[in-house]
Ligand binder design. Structure first.
Ligand SMILES: NC(=O)c1ccc[n+]([C@@H]2O[C@H](COP(=O)([O-])OP(=O)(O)OC[C@H]3O[C@@H](n4cnc5c(N)ncnc54)[C@H](O)[C@@H]3O)[C@@H](O)[C@H]2O)c1
Length: 256
């Protein structure tokens, strides 16, 4: 589906991979770029940078009503929703047995509520709007890109919650694509390796160096624009559907 004049919603759009996606879709002529994020400061700054055709709607996507309201605001402003890129997530380190004993259930729940339920909440809010679109070429009405992680396959020690949430998105991809395919909505998941975003801000610099050593080539962090270009390729090429693609330079995450 062409990007020009169409409307994209990006959860987690205020930062990192999501922000790069908002910028690229704006450059390619999107008619509306809806940024859904918790981060008021970054969300408002990006909307101001992108101008008239961008809109920041603050929401904690773990709250279904807040996700509904944010999508409704964006759909009202731009008149439709064609693309949904679900980037919002948290890391939330979690070992089964920590210093204080078995993991607190609230800790596990929090990651699942944001990364898995949050994605579901955005899908519930946005997909019905895609189904209202007049069919474009091939009968296409919309495209969903969910963002998983290499951790879905090689989760590191301390990632039981994060890896479980990201593997759930991989599992959801095929049944969702099968369900929505007859109505012209495609669903694709991207599992990035290591990308240079604020998610690494709190980690020691040596961590990124250790991680990229596990790549085949290139042995560097991915750039957020490289993710955004892939999201645009998925959005515009109708043959991408029902799959999870790893975007990682052949990276194998070390055990941790
Ligand atoms: N950067 C990487 O190396 C990498 C690797 C694998 C997967 N990923 C995945 O890519 C996606 C984007 O990551 P990033 O690196 O750009 O991270 P980031 O931290 O730069 O951006 C994530 C954004 O999500 C927002 N967010 C967090 N919780 C939220 C909530 N409850 N409601 C609304 N917004 C919320 C944050 O405010 C932030 O703006 C995530 O799903 C992440 O798990 C990233």
């Amino acid at each position: 589906m062409d990007i020009k004049d169409r409307v994209i919603i990006v959860s987690g759009g205020a930062s990192g991979l999501g922000a790069a996606t908002c910028r690229l879709f704006a450059q390619r002529g999107a008619g509306g770029v809806g940024i859904v994020d918790l981060d008021d400061e970054r969300g408002a700054a990006l909307a101001a940078e992108l101008g008239e055709r961008a809109c920041f709607a603050r929401a904690d996507i773990s709250d279904a009503a807040a996700a509904d309201a944010a999508v409704a605001t964006i759909a009202r402003r731009f008149g439709a929703v064609h693309f949904l890129v679900n980037c919002a997530a948290i890391g939330g380190p979690a070992k089964l047995i920590g210093r204080d004993g078995p993991i607190a259930l609230e800790k596990f729940d929090r990651v699942i509520r944001i990364n898995l339920y949050g994605t579901l909440h955005m899908l519930r809010a946005a997909v019905p709007r895609m189904l209202e679109n007049a069919p474009a070429e091939d009968g296409e009405r919309g495209v969903v890109v969910n963002v998983s992680s290499g951790s879905a396959y090689e989760g590191q020690v301390g990632q039981i919650a994060y890896a479980a949430s990201k593997a759930a998105l991989v599992g959801m991809t095929m049944p969702l694509a099968r369900e929505l395919g007859g109505q012209g909505v495609r669903v694709v998941t991207v599992a990035p390796g290591a990308f240079d975003t604020p998610i690494y801000e709190q980690a020691p610099p040596a961590l990124a160096e250790t991680i990229v050593r596990g790549a085949v080539f290139p042995k560097r962090m991915g750039r957020p624009e490289e993710f955004a270009r892939f999201a645009a390729e998925i959005a515009t090429n109708a043959m991408h559907n029902a799959r999870t693609y790893r975007l990682d330079g052949g990276l194998m995450l070390p055990p941790g």
